[in-house]
Design a protein around this ligand. Structure first.
Ligand SMILES: [Zn+2]
Length: 248
């Protein structure tokens, strides 16, 4: 679904049509409330999913985009279950970055057990860098883009977050955006096969995870991110005197 074009402040790049919702929806809602232009790029249509159809999943993604108030929701149409850092995939993602020119990209972390997620993280890092190189894919006739900053969403306990975003005010809307992907999650009426994420306990666990990361900064709910590059801080006093949890 390509709802519109235009430049973006933040683009979330994730593998499957519900990944951005599960991972960074609170941050996207918060950024929208702060006045930023936000978008999601789904790398695949989720056609390998045990439940739902690509058609149905596209409709669910549109509904979730409405709940998240996204300016843009795009799909890179890479093969689900077979996301790789190919030249074709890099070029397609570079073209999206050059069209929408995000300042920040949120994506998966390369240390993720799902091969599509790990590949999406690597693909995004490479495309972000290539988008800034003038001679790369010159034939497309686009201007190169300033390299966007990259923040990787954290799932593994082995990855220490670089920062946690307080999303306490956005938990309910995040959960709504997830439930918009109705084919994927628990429904008492569904006769589709049970999967890890459609188990009744999954959404509760996801919320508990947000509560846990919130507790690390002394708030009700948080979403954690890892940044590989050193953060350039203008005012360490202002930064370090924000509420936090010394037992984190
Ligand atoms: Zn996924």
């Amino acid at each position: 679904m390509d709802v519109s074009d235009g430049e973006l402040d933040v683009l979330a790049v994730f593998s499957h049509p519900d990944d951005a919702e599960l991972t960074v929806a609170g941050t996207l809602l918060k950024l929208k409330a702060l006045g930023y232009r936000t978008g999601v790029l789904d790398v695949t249509r989720g056609e390998m999913g045990t439940r739902g159809t690509p058609q149905g999943r596209a409709e669910e993604a549109r509904e979730a985009a409405r709940i998240l108030k996204l300016d843009v929701r795009l799909n890179l149409a890479q093969p689900d279950g077979h996301v790789h850092v190919t030249e074709e995939a890099r070029r397609a993602l570079v073209r999206v970055i050059r069209t929408h020119r995000p300042k920040v990209i949120l994506t998966a972390h390369w240390d993720d057990p799902h091969p599509d997620h790990a590949a999406t993280a690597r693909l995004t890092r490479e495309a972000a860098r290539l988008a800034s190189m003038r001679r790369y894919d010159e034939e497309a006739g686009q201007f190169s883009a300033k390299m966007p900053a990259l923040a990787h969403a954290v799932y593994s306990r082995l990855v220490a977050p670089s920062f946690i975003v307080d999303v306490s005010d956005f938990v309910e809307e995040k959960m709504q955006s997830i439930r918009a992907h109705a084919s994927q999650f628990y429904s008492p009426d569904s006769d589709e096969p049970l999967t890890r994420i459609s188990d009744q306990s999954f959404l509760g666990q996801l919320e508990n995870r947000m509560r846990y990361y919130g507790s690390l900064i002394g708030v009700a709910a948080g979403e954690p991110f890892y940044v590989r590059e050193a953060l350039n801080i203008e005012d360490p006093v202002a930064l370090l005197t924000r509420p936090m949890n010394i037992y984190s």
